[in-house]
Design a protein around this ligand. Sequence first.
Ligand code: URA
Length: 262
Amino acid sequence: MTSTDERVVPMRLQKFLARAGVASRRGSENLMTAGRVTVNGVVVTELGSKVDPLVDEVAVDGKVVNLADGHTYLMLYKPRGYLTTMSDDRGRACVASLVPVRRYPGLFPVGRLDADTTGLLLFTTDGELAAKMLHPSSHVWKHYVALVRGVPTSRELDMLRRGIRLDDGMSAPAEVRILAADDKASTPVIPEGMPYGHTVVGLSIHEGRKHQVKRMLSAVGHEVVRLHRDEFGPLFLSDVQPGQWRHLTDEEVRKLSLSERR
Ligand code: URA
């Protein structure tokens, strides 16, 4: 635990407790001042104290508290053909049918992927975390793998790296590179192998405008044929099959709670 040093400290103890579902912020402060909260075994009553969820062990009345206790966090491997919405009045396939909405009321997707985009979609019941992750100032980086028509030149890649003009304004600079066809990351966009005259591009952005990756690549002359997301902030799409979901690990939840503060 730390309250005064220069190390980057993640969050106030009362916020940690509230996020873990122990009590409201005020209720958590009361628990602290009543001497019922320990950090690494030491009673903490000072309301300004901060904890690092990655390393500190927080307990209330001796019971260890985890950030994931109060909310549900899961990753879905979104397949093609599903809308990122919890219901559709036209009866189209929605991601809601792929996640356990009855077991976890209030579950919703953090951000969206286009219907034809595959990959990592985070779901949670934690509105506070979602709002922070989606806020433009959070700069949550997302990595996409795109199969595009044609072969981008180094000049075109540099245009994306500098930021490119879109119809709703300049994009922020992207990190971009050409991926080899045999790179493991390429597999989801070329399941049947590399079509002639196409290229696989890896691209990271921290904005979340509508169809942004497709529009950025189109702006340099390369239509996106398939798009897949394999990273969202600190999360990597792993240990989950297309159309399936899994709970985030405690470690992943802790990392998320750090990333929303960037
Ligand atoms: N950018 C897009 O164009 N589509 C997505 O689904 C995600 C990012």
